[in-house]
Design a protein around this ligand. Structure first.
Ligand SMILES: NC(=O)c1ccc[n+]([C@@H]2O[C@H](COP(=O)([O-])OP(=O)(O)OC[C@H]3O[C@@H](n4cnc5c(N)ncnc54)[C@H](O)[C@@H]3O)[C@@H](O)[C@H]2O)c1
Length: 275
């Protein structure tokens, strides 16, 4: 996509952090914005901030883990703007600081419900709308550096499991949309300065409701120190849509760890070849 002015984008998880950073970048390029998030108060503040940039913006409360709720966002987008061109399936929650054996069934359901089913619900509701007008468009799914490897010592297996799933879904979507004029990207940031460590306070009731996760608190300062401004991530996403890049990386500090994981897989192929 090269021409953004007057076209329409939906961003989930748009009330704060990376979603808001992406929304600011897309609005800065002149797009109509559909901002969707679980938290109505911060969402309305985000809508006002985006509208102040001089574009049309609507806010729709959503629980991305609920298919009907995401479908209602698509309906609202259609009613407000007619066509949809960009979908950013970004809403996500943290699940760090707990060993796998201690992650509860409710926590697994919540983390997969938001981080994985949130993306698939977005694909089901938004991709047919983008296809419908034939003008082309783009889908961005938010993965993580944890889509590529599991950081040792962070006890983030459950979180990484959700983000590996986002990688597989994004690769498959790119294959399925080849030739359609709709590009696909997976955003895989390292540490970004956001409210991600507060996400337990937003756990929907059907997954057990709001709670606190003290084991995760130890990681908060590690992420706040030297982490990236979400506005920079948003600009990077805008450029990647223009360039039709599949992988959107924002950090280079963990290149060696990702390479080590890939090298280990290739070494296993070498051993299999040798047998
Ligand atoms: N912050 C980082 O360092 C980092 C790194 C890599 C990937 N990510 C990913 O970036 C994405 C955005 O996270 P962030 O860091 O900006 O955190 P954030 O908490 O600032 O923003 C996430 C937003 O998602 C919303 N949300 C949570 N559950 C929801 C639900 N069920 N339905 C709709 N909205 C919901 C929250 O209200 C919040 O506004 C997530 O997918 C996260 O996994 C973050």
């Amino acid at each position: 996509m090269q021409n953004f002015t007057g076209k329409t984008a939906v961003v989930t998880g748009a009330a704060s952090g990376i979603g808001l950073g992406i929304a600011k970048a897309l609005a800065g390029a002149g797009m109509n914005m559909v901002l969707a998030d679980l938290r109505p108060g911060p969402l309305e503040e985000a809508r006002a901030a985006i509208a102040a940039l001089g574009v049309k913006a609507i806010a729709v409360q959503v629980d991305v883990s609920d298919p009907a709720s995401v479908a209602a966002v698509a309906t609202a987008a259609g009613q407000a703007f007619g066509k949809l061109h960009i979908a950013v399936n970004n809403a996500g929650v943290a699940m760090h600081g707990t060993k796998l054996a201690l992650v509860t069934p409710e926590e697994w359901s919540w983390a997969f419900g938001v981080n994985v089913m949130g993306v698939t619900n977005g694909i089901r509701s938004f991709v047919p709308m983008i296809r419908a007008h034939g003008e082309g468009g783009h889908v961005v799914n938010t993965g993580s550096m944890s889509s590529f490897f599991v950081r040792e010592g962070r006890e983030q297996g459950a979180y990484a499991a959700t983000k590996y799933a986002v990688a597989a879904i994004s690769e498959a979507l790119e294959q399925e949309l080849k030739g359609s004029g709709i590009g696909v990207s997976i955003l895989c940031p390292g540490a970004v300065n956001t409210s991600i460590f507060d996400s337990a306070a937003t756990r929907p009731d059907r997954f057990g409701g709001a709670y606190s996760r003290p084991t995760q608190e130890a990681l908060r300062s590690a992420f706040a120190t030297g982490s990236l401004d979400p506005v920079v991530v948003g600009q990077r996403v805008l450029q990647a849509i223009r360039d039709d890049d599949f992988y959107i990386l924002t950090h280079t500090n963990e290149r060696a760890a990702v390479k080590a994981r890939l090298d280990r897989i290739i070494a296993a192929f070498d051993r299999a070849d040798a047998k």
